[in-house]
Design a protein around this ligand. Structure first.
Ligand code: NAD
Ligand code: DAU
Length: 351
């Protein structure tokens, strides 16, 4: 793997993955070509130090994965020999309000990349498609999603990701292309745009703002620290069997209310009490439920553990503590996001 193209590398998981690649990934000495459209969710400043610290090994190309000529140019100009496909519209609430971009990027964009890969099959050795456990739908109080669980997506987001998974699978079955897929549970950690549950709750708790919990707060998610997701993707990219799907999870199921309560306790402990000494749990506010809100996700990740020897390193408690600390210690990044400075950077550099 000399020239790895990462799509969506200015987003939360993509940026963490590029850091992992250049700083830690065992045996990776190649270059990273980060292709990103730079949507609202992208923050190139998350990787501001990387270009300087790894001269000649990192390049950012602003392009839309739906734009076939632009993507062909990126693949050819940089001699790409492997692809890690992270780019997506990723936020469920936004998909409910305006599904259009989800269909374009997640479905049409994935199709474009698969076709360009097919045309270059002699030069590109691997395509890894990053996906989600949401494609499996919702579980009752017991049971787990396995790789054989039938797809039953419930939101426009998860339906668009399910469609992209089916395309990736079909391009392997029909054209024999070396494609792998991973379906991962909820990620949290550094550089997450503060619209997702944990990042939003940490910042609101620090700022003494209300903590909106949808419905009764008893919906369950399985939480995985983002670096553990990155190590899983690296394992699959380098050792996964072509055509195979891998579930990735943290074995850390928690009801949302417990997650928010734990965030409150950690912020109380690490940032000190609010004025008047009131606990941050008092900021919790139950709000209208999300339409079609999946009740429970839980992942059986025994395949990737057994076949590729992957294990998460962080427990939910250690990962959450690190995450709260990270947001407290990176006020500059938080302010760039809160004030929209990152968008001004994009405008200044790309118009
Ligand atoms: P994100 O929203 O933080 O980042 C998405 C990135 O993709 C952004 O940088 C954005 O600019 C870019 N992008 C969007 N549309 C694009 C387009 N048309 N062309 C090029 N770039 C485009 O998302 P994330 O949370 O980092 O998720 C990354 C991937 O992981 C997604 O495929 C998502 O479905 C999947 N995933 C996410 C989670 C999670 O908990 N966040 C869990 C499992 C799987
Ligand atoms: O499971 C993997 C998926 O996890 C990824 O594929 C998605 O890209 C990612 O966004 C995430 O989806 P969720 O919908 O599970 O994540 P979100 O952070 O939006 O919500 C987590 C839970 O918290 C969910 O049950 C809704 C609830 N929630 C969310 C927000 C933003 C609240 O109660 N209040 C909130 O303000």
């Amino acid at each position: 793997m000399n020239n790895l193209l990462v799509t969506g590398g200015c987003g939360f998981i993509g940026a963490n993955f590029i850091r992992y690649l250049l700083e830690e990934a065992p045996g990776f000495t190649g270059r990273v070509i980060n292709v990103d459209k730079l949507t609202y969710a992208a923050n190139p400043l998350s990787l501001a130090d990387i270009e300087k610290r790894f001269p000649g090994r990192y390049v950012l190309v602003r392009a839309d994965i739906v734009d076939r000529p632009a993507m062909a140019r990126a693949l050819d100009a940089h001699g790409v020999d492997a692809i890690g496909h992270f780019a997506a519209e990723s936020h469920v609430d936004r998909s409910i309000v305006r599904p259009d971009d989800f269909i374009q990027t997640n479905v049409v964009g994935t199709h474009v990349l698969l076709e360009l890969f097919r045309e270059r099959r002699d030069r590109i050795a691997r395509f890894h498609h990053v996906s989600t456990d949401e494609v499996f739908g919702s579980l009752g109080p017991t049971g787990y999603f396995t790789e054989d669980t039938p797809y039953r997506p419930n939101s426009p987001y998860s339906a668009s990701k399910a469609a992209s998974d089916h395309l990736a699978r079909a391009w392997h079955e029909t054209y024999g292309l070396p494609i792998t897929i991973s379906n991962c549970s909820n990620n949290y950690g550094p550089y997450q745009f503060p619209e997702k549950l944990i990042s939003l709750m940490i910042l609101n708790a620090l700022e003494g703002k209300p903590l909106p919990v949808y419905g009764d707060g008893k919906n369950v998610r399985d939480w995985l620290y983002v670096r553990d997701h990155c190590t899983a993707i690296w394992r699959v990219l380098t050792r996964g069997a072509p055509g195979r799907t891998y579930n990735v999870g943290g074995r850390s199921e928690r009801p949302n209310l417990d997650v928010v309560g734990l965030v409150c306790d950690l912020v109380d402990e690490l940032a000190g009490p609010r004025p008047g000494g009131k606990p941050r749990r008092e900021l919790i506010a139950f709000v209208k439920d999300r339409p079609g809100h999946d009740r429970r996700y839980a992942i059986d990740c025994s395949r990737i553990e057994r076949e590729l020897g992957w294990r998460p390193e962080e427990s939910f408690e250690t990962g959450l503590r690190k995450t709260v600390r990270w947001y407290m210690e990176h006020r500059e990044w938080v302010d760039q996001v809160r004030t929209g400075e990152y968008q001004r950077w994009i405008k200044a550099h790309y118009g």
